[in-house]
Ligand binder design. Structure first.
Ligand SMILES: NC(=O)c1ccc[n+]([C@@H]2O[C@H](COP(=O)([O-])OP(=O)(O)OC[C@H]3O[C@@H](n4cnc5c(N)ncnc54)[C@H](OP(=O)(O)O)[C@@H]3O)[C@@H](O)[C@H]2O)c1
Length: 286
């Protein structure tokens, strides 16, 4: 990809933090943005701001909560109806909760939003990605994957042992294993999939939690990087020629980063894919 100008880029979670910085950086480079947001008021405000600050930018809005799989299907369907290729999909949206929240579909919120909703969105958008000159899937994961040892196939809903950091880390491990398995499945196509750690970033992540969590966040805030800095690796993976054919890797600060064995476990990645298909209601048996 010599230039991102005129290319179609979908970003999830662009209304705050890293996603917002990514959207502005790509708008400035002339990308055509497809923004998947859950809050219509914030989505419209973002579009207005992008248009006023970046000029002639093409911005499409898609409304979906990633924890609601029907809404994810609706958003993907709206994109597919446009009959356009999708050059880049940036799976960025994320949530961190200090309480265990069960969604109407029976899934624990962090696993559902951070992993399952993105898994469904990506698999539904594979055809438009394959029609791109050179499609890229960019998965915003986290080094927090180190907080857990492996995927808990016996209790993905965290009925037992919920704890904010391990449960969040588990969803981020799922992000990395998903990117790796997707990369394997995309071999022989023009589409690549890579994951990244954006660094510790000053954002709204976790801000909706209790006053206690808010106090901890306020304490670490001075040591965190800006959202613009946090977005650099997403923008790099979305646009750079250096990584045009790199597939199934993990990046930090625009450089390859080796992961622990838990995030390279091929068997866990394959099994997670199959379980995820069942949980979102796709796959051979549906
Ligand atoms: N901040 C860090 O230090 C850090 C470190 C490592 C990895 N990350 C990862 O970076 C990504 C971006 O995080 P951030 O720090 O920029 O967080 P943020 O400021 O809280 O932004 C999160 C974005 O995700 C959206 N979102 C949350 N839940 C959603 C849902 N159910 N459906 C659709 N969209 C949803 C939010 O929408 P609303 O505006 O409607 O809330 C917002 O646009 C996440 O995947 C996170 O895990 C962050």
């Amino acid at each position: 990809m010599t230039s991102i100008r005129g290319k179609h880029v979908m970003i999830t979670g662009p209304t705050e933090g890293i996603g917002r910085a990514t959207a502005f950086a790509l708008a400035e480079r002339g990308a055509r943005l497809h923004l998947l947001c859950r809050n219509p008021t914030k989505a419209e405000a973002l579009r207005t701001e992008l248009l006023s600050k970046c000029g002639e930018v093409d911005v499409g809005l898609y409304l979906a909560d990633l924890g609601n799989f029907d809404e994810v299907r609706g958003a993907a369907g709206t994109f597919i109806e446009r009959n356009e290729p999708l050059d880049v999909l940036i799976n960025n949206a994320g949530v961190f909760t200090t309480r265990r929240i069960l969604l109407d579909n029976g899934q624990e919120q962090m696993f559902a939003v951070n992993h399952l909703g993105h898994f469904l969105l990506t698999t539904l958008l594979l055809d438009p990605l394959k029609r791109a000159e050179q499609g890229r899937v960019v998965v915003v994961a986290s080094d927090a994957y180190r907080f857990c040892r492996g995927i808990r196939f016996d209790d993905l809903q965290w009925n037992k042992g919920f704890s904010a950091f391990p449960t969040y880390g588990h969803s981020k491990l799922a992000n990395i294993l998903f990117a790796r398995e997707l990369a394997e499945r995309l071999q022989g196509t023009r589409v690549t999939a890579n994951a990244l750690h954006p660094g510790g970033v000053r954002s709204q992540l976790g801000a909706q939690n209790t006053w206690y969590a808010g106090r901890i966040l306020a304490l670490v805030k001075p040591f965190l990087r800006t959202a613009d800095k946090g977005a650099e690796t997403s923008v790099y993976l979305a646009t750079s020629d250096e990584v045009a054919t790199t597939n199934g890797e993990y990046f930090y600060d625009c450089k390859l980063k080796k992961t622990k064995p838990s995030a390279r476990d091929r068997e866990q990645a394959r099994r997670l894919w199959e379980v995820s298909e069942r949980l979102v209601g796709i796959g051979p048996e549906t």
